[in-house]
Design a protein around this ligand. Sequence first.
Ligand code: COI
Length: 355
Amino acid sequence: MSVAITGIKTNKVSQSRIQQLDHNNIQFGKLYSDHMLVAHYENGKWAAPEIVPFANMNLSPATTFFHYGQAIFEGVKAYKDPNGNPLIFRPQDNWKRMNRSAVRMAMPEVSEALFVEGMKELIALDKDWIPTADGTSLYIRPFMMATDEFIGVKPAEKFTFMIITSPAGPYYAKPVKIFVQDDYVRAFPGGIGFTKAAGNYGASMYPTMKIKEMGYDQILWTDGFEHKYVQEIGTMNVFFVIDGKAITPNTSDTILAGVSRDSVIILLREKGITVEERPLSIDEIVAAWKNGKLTEAFGTGTAASVAPIAELTYKENHIILPPVEEWKLTNWLKQELGDIRYGRKPDTHGWINKA
Ligand code: COI
């Protein structure tokens, strides 16, 4: 049951670090705002959260998540509207997804009050950290970890939920180069591919390191049985514009149900564009490129926003897409989603939350 949290116990910093924020040089994920939210779970319930100065943590080396990876996270973003009011984009959807991850990872669910209202209080307190230039935002990272001190393997009984925030510039500064993976596997049916479990990202590091050495930015993962159907990019869901239709793999237990993915589908359909959510084979993508029907491709994610794909390599096929400036849908989507997120257009979907 959701119990309202009002007036979270707050220990404010004595001296803000806001002067460290250089508005002309905002990178992704390097600087953290003054405060963070912390809540502990023990004896079957969450204790009242607190907002405290951002600081290092003191943990036993035997803390279970270090060893067995019961750790999950989310990504949300806050923006400022033209009047300087802080806006948070669709936090309820991230809350629901965090709880789906929690259930699969044998971790406790968090209440909407803890996740959403706690986030709003934190953002209201640190609103000066929200950058305003186009393409910038305050990235919000809620996460949870198992904190039992025990080396045996068993579902933990103690957990910590936290929210930290970080001023963010674009995740990808330019259109991305993608390697279509037909060797390593990201997720299998029955596994945890649909969750934001830390291990999904950890397992992708080695294959990603290999393709970065070859000059690519990210992997487009294929299914684990046949390496035939495209899945997701790992940092983003993926869309291909073929013959004027936007096609994206349908979500399943191997694909993350992206909040940005969902927003993009809704906006495209409202514009009258056909969106197909279905299994999409790499052969279909290559054939569409060969006969000139593949016109645009992009990834979607909280961190990445809408990220154009410049190139895709699959075996001997090097797909080079036309210059991004010519793309109608992707550029329209970036603008439309930006206008909604920055409060420049009315929010007709109930996506925007005032902090
Ligand atoms: C997000 O988009 O929020 C993610 O969690 C993905 C990661 C690349 C930062």
